[in-house]
Ligand binder design. Sequence first.
Ligand code: PMP
Length: 405
Amino acid sequence: PSLFADVELAAPVVVFQLTADYNADNADKKINLGVGAYRTDEGEPWVLPVVRSVEAQMAIDPALNHEYLPILGLPSFRELATQLILGKDSRAILENRAGGVQSISGTGALRLAAEFLYRYYNKREKSTPVYVSSPTWGNQTAVFKNAGFTDMRTYRYWDAEDRCLDYKGMLEDMLNAPEYSIFIFHGCAHNPTGVDPTHEQWQGIAKACKERNIFPVLDCAYQGFASGDPDVDAYSARMFVDLGFEVLICQSFAKNFGLYNERVGNLTMVMHDAPTLSRCKSQVELIIRAMYSNPPHHGARVVASTLANPAFKQEWLDNLHTMSSRIKEMRQLLHSKLRAKGTPGNWDHIINQIGMFSFTGLNASQVQYLKKRHIYLLSSGRINMCGLTTSNMEYFVDNVHDAVT
Ligand code: PMP
């Protein structure tokens, strides 16, 4: 028998399984609202035109080669990514106490943050509680667990009854958390709910962090994708920095550049002072060396070349606007069609939510019903708004109507 005869079969990762089920479905009319990737109104993946242009230039650039990058990644990319999230004139950047580390997309940035915190934050007490929002993107929990954290907890976030942020519950949970706990926040466009704190609420959250000495980790997977403006979507990150927090910010360029499979991310580390940043970065360097040695080049080069060139940057902003506007249009269309049909329930949350996802409020059995009609979504009722188009909206609305009546 095999030495591995006792290995149990793991359950499939739900969101990837959903896509496999969708692909295997032969129905003419079918809709995939599961995976979080942008789709055009024709239901197709979209390579951003600015990415095409930059890649075309790269293809004929004789100066480019396939040498190893430094362990911490492409310097220009790390600098530009840090500036993008903190703002060019950020005090922390000017004081040399903010720096970027290239990562394997947003997940990799989270993993680096987790590995670093497990080793160096509160190091005499390995069981630091780590709080994630309830609900959250499940991989946050898995990543921190795999890095060694054992005390994973949740803080209240979603008010299911009123379909909005449970701000009071969230603050209560923060104030009741053990001092020095780690809290993971979604920088913008909360996944899966699409509900973000207001600016005023963010200030209250920061105040609670101060009061309990909570360490904030910001997961920013949708900068610019939510509102269409990267500066607007960076509010929470810049607020923490302005208020003097040390903070780890996990950036993904999967959605806002459409570079999903290139795995482009950045961990922006903001520390109290420049020497601390240098020491911490040097430790992250060792962590990377032993995990995957150094990151890939292509995606980081695309992002850096875009952000460094004013004309390309403008084109990127236009591309971002195209994506975020289409999502907003689909929210409006879905909302108005449900209302016009008289589908029971208040659907205002559809237009009030932000970003790629909407937490519809559909329950697991309604989701099951939709699956029989070849419409695929997570059992939590989360839908990817980009999976909806002007041509499949009618079919979706008709079936939602039937599911809830
Ligand atoms: N955090 C959140 C909240 C996300 O939704 C995602 C994307 N699904 C990520 C991080 C990271 O994704 P990626 O590793 O593809 O950048």
